[in-house]
Write a protein that binds this ligand. Structure first.
Ligand code: SAM
Length: 214
């Protein structure tokens, strides 16, 4: 519900028109599978965690899977009409290299879809950062709060145009699954951005964003 429900709401891009996608921080391949179910046939993925890549390989949604950082993927530049990145940016201390790498990968007119925890939610609820691994050892990971303005600055700075933005709030559907979150009712939980590579576009006033009520 935090990511796939938001992807369902995006008007852009038209998933079935995507010919090749790059999935940055692909994890176990959930997003890749969702894209395949919507008709995207060619998906390459990168992740820094080999165990996650093993699970993604088993799932079989991606054509190519590489152990690489989302900010320096080694994938071919200008080759993807969709770059997607779901629920990883809180692991990065700076958003700018991520937006720049996505832009490097983008073909002219490509979309960059980024799904993220809402900064308000991380700040209000906190985020678990300490775990015990299978060997019983304590493990700590970092969670970085990126404000919406940080995303806007990083996206525009890398040459993207913002095409669409949605925020997901904790509602009845959420509370059915997580009744303990009643205190967070109506708080924003996650957000999805669609950015566009616009280098070939004629500059002008443009039309209103497609998701705005007319
Ligand atoms: C919460 S999971 C999300 C996975 C997947 N995108 C999904 O939505 O199912 C976060 C993933 O980001 C990966 N990750 C964290 N930092 C990364 C980085 N700098 N480059 C690439 N992957 C990274 C982790 O290994 C993990 O698989």
């Amino acid at each position: 519900m935090m990511d796939l429900a938001l992807l369902e709401r995006l008007v852009e891009p038209r998933w079935s028109a995507v010919s090749r996608a790059a999935d940055l921080g692909c994890g176990t391949g959930r997003t890749g599978q969702w894209l395949r179910e919507r008709g995207v046939e060619h998906i390459d993925g990168v992740d820094v965690t080999p165990e996650m890549l093993d699970l993604a390989r088993r799932r079989g949604a991606h054509e190519r899977l590489e152990e690489a950082d989302a900010t320096a993927t080694g994938l071919p530049g200008g080759a993807y009409d969709l770059v997607i990145c779901s629920l990883i940016d809180e692991h990065l201390d700076d958003l700018r290299p991520l937006y720049s790498e996505a832009h490097r990968l983008a073909a002219p007119g490509a979309a960059f879809v980024l799904v993220t925890f809402h900064p308000h939610f991380i700040m209000t609820s906190g985020m678990p950062t300490h775990y015990t691994n299978a060997e019983g050892e304590p493990v700590a990971i970092a969670t970085n709060v990126h404000l919406i303005s940080d995303h806007i600055a990083a996206g525009l700075g890398a040459g993207w145009r913002l095409a669409e933005l949605h925020e997901n709030v904790i509602d009845d559907a959420w509370l059915k699954i997580k009744p303990k979150w009643e205190r967070f009712r109506n708080h924003p939980f996650s957000a999805a951005y669609t950015w566009r590579e616009d280098s070939g576009a004629v500059q002008g006033l443009g039309s209103p964003p497609p998701w705005l009520p007319r």
